[in-house]
Design a binder for this molecule. Structure first.
Ligand SMILES: [Zn+2]
Length: 261
């Protein structure tokens, strides 16, 4: 039996279905990820049209089923993340974040903590905080949702928590400098990159304003995260490839100096 329900949710994606209908995947606060069937979304006067745009949060009303398709009837309190919708770079970060959410958990799994974490990430992107930092925090904390538990807290050999560290797959976590010889295949990563990933692994998004990273440090963090995701998660999302290309273009084009005025 399906019951009519109201739930806060964020649009994950929409897909055309038949001629005039659409499938709308929504990450709901109260029922996890749900695939909805929405009728007549192509009609310009359908009030659901704005509520089903990418990067929108709203209260969605419909019949929720545990199995098969749920039906989307209406929406209220529609809140679009306008900068995310308009800016191609922010759009890319947001798309990747939602892609990770969609890949990491099964449908219908109640996960309000992840809902609020995801909402914070999108909100901060929308408010103009540093996109790469927001994304990196999301990626490192998201690994737990993929079932990957890494020890960022202390050296896997001696338990030391301060100093210079590297990442070791053998220990599924960090090694202090004194114990680098315990794993010859350690990442040989930049210590600053490891330092920030240790911080990001436990950082709350309300502290994001305090973090300012140099471009080269961001590159090191990116390198380590790519290695971790390759090794432990093995996802190949199109949206991530797009971000990589974007970074390459930026390097090639190098933004011109601002003219003086
Ligand atoms: Zn140690």
């Amino acid at each position: 039996m399906a019951n009519l329900a109201e739930t806060k949710g964020m649009i994950l994606f929409t897909r055309d279905y038949k001629e005039k209908d659409q499938l709308v995947k929504i990450f709901t606060e109260s029922a996890g990820k749900v695939m909805f069937y929405a009728k007549g979304l192509h009609r310009p006067n359908n009030p659901l049209r704005s509520a089903t745009q990418p990067f929108t949060e709203a209260i969605y009303i419909g019949s929720l089923k545990q199995e098969g398709l749920s039906f989307l009837n209406s929406a209220k309190e529609v809140h679009p993340f306008r900068q995310l919708q308009a800016d191609i770079f922010l759009n890319a970060y947001g798309t990747y974040i939602l892609g990770l959410v969609d890949a990491a958990i099964d449908d219908h799994v109640y996960d309000p903590a992840l809902y609020h974490f995801t909402h914070s990430a999108l909100k901060l992107l929308d408010e103009g905080y540093d996109g790469e930092t927001i994304l990196n925090i999301f990626e490192v904390q998201m690994m737990a949702r993929f079932g990957v538990g890494l020890n960022w807290r202390a050296c896997g050999v001696c338990g030391k928590t301060t100093g210079i560290f590297d990442f070791s797959s053998k220990y599924h976590g960090i090694l202090c400098q004194q114990h680098f010889d315990h794993d010859l295949h350690r990442y040989h990563a930049d210590p600053r990159g490891i330092y920030f990933l240790r911080m990001f692994a436990n950082l709350s998004y309300d502290k994001i304003g305090e973090i300012k990273l140099k471009a080269e440090t961001k590159k090191e963090i990116r390198k380590i995260l790519d290695q971790l995701y390759d090794e432990y998660v093995g996802l190949h999302l199109k949206s991530k490839k797009f971000i990589d290309q974007m970074t390459e273009w930026e390097d090639v084009l190098k933004r011109p100096e601002k003219p003086e005025n």
